[in-house]
Ligand binder design. Structure first.
Ligand SMILES: Cc1cc2nc3c(=O)[nH]c(=O)nc-3n(C[C@H](O)[C@H](O)[C@H](O)COP(=O)(O)O)c2cc1C
Length: 228
């Protein structure tokens, strides 16, 4: 697709083909109140010095507080923290009420049960189009060993579940099971049993998808099978 005919939705969808982890970026506003938002634009930039960056939309409510902060933190969410990601992406009055958090060495909110966290001093804020890149220099960090939450094509997934399914499939016979609900009703094969199929060493996703299609359902991609 050429630049002069870009459809913003198509562009978003194409960018969503890049699977990422999910973070919540936190800081304190001038009144020392915690602020934070869900972000998957996080990336590491440099090891020496230790720099990383995250992109923040200029339209975000906390844009002024975030970009003016002296310090900010990156909380890399773990596989069980999908609800935290959803909370910090919605316009809630007090996003922090539902999270177990404490202040880091420089005062930034650090969440419990995350895969890892990094606290940074603000190294640079670089404006780029409708976003700004917040470049941070790591001042403290911790890694818990928990697996990170995954995000791709607008849906969440658990990378460790995906890895287990794939390695089981490589090992031979596996069973593929789905729980289906449509318009509030449970769908089953004939007698409302859970659809369950045996894949003799083949690709479990393809087997399950072809059986679901026989029920009149379409499976768009592998991630939709792993949606949390
Ligand atoms: C998985 C996911 C990733 C997101 N990544 C970003 C991001 O990298 N940068 C950004 O500015 N907004 C991102 N957002 C959207 C913001 O979280 C959301 O717009 C923001 O929290 C809204 O805040 P406001 O209502 O206070 O403006 C993401 C949302 C989700 C669900």
């Amino acid at each position: 697709m050429k630049a002069d005919v870009f459809d913003p939705r198509a562009l978003r969808e194409a960018l969503g083909a890049f699977p990422t982890a999910v973070t919540v970026i936190t800081a304190s506003d001038p009144a020392d109140r915690p602020v934070g938002f869900t972000a998957n634009s996080f990336t590491s930039v440099s090891l020496d010095p230790p720099l990383l960056l995250v992109c923040l939309a200029k339209t975000a409510r906390d844009y002024p507080a975030m970009t003016a902060a002296e310090h900010f933190a990156i909380n890399i969410l773990s596989e069980t923290q999908k609800d935290v990601s959803i909370k910090f992406a919605r316009p809630l009055e007090d996003r922090f009420a539902a999270v177990d958090w404490a202040r880091g060495p420089n005062g930034c909110p650090i969440f419990a049960q995350v895969a890892a966290w990094f606290e940074c001093s603000m190294h640079d804020v670089i404006e780029a189009g409708d976003h700004a890149m917040m470049v941070g220099r790591v001042t403290a960090f911790e890694s818990s060993g928990l697996n990170g939450l995954g995000y791709a094509r607008g849906g969440y997934f658990a990378p460790s579940v995906a890895a287990t399914v794939n390695s089981s499939a490589a090992g031979g016979e596996i069973g593929a099971v789905a729980v289906l609900e449509r318009h509030g009703a449970l769908l089953g094969d004939e007698n409302l049993s859970l659809p369950s199929y045996s894949a003799g060493g083949g690709d479990p996703a393809k087997t399950l998808a072809s059986q679901l299609e026989r029920l009149g359902l379409s499976v768009h991609d592998w991630f939709s099978l792993l949606d949390l």
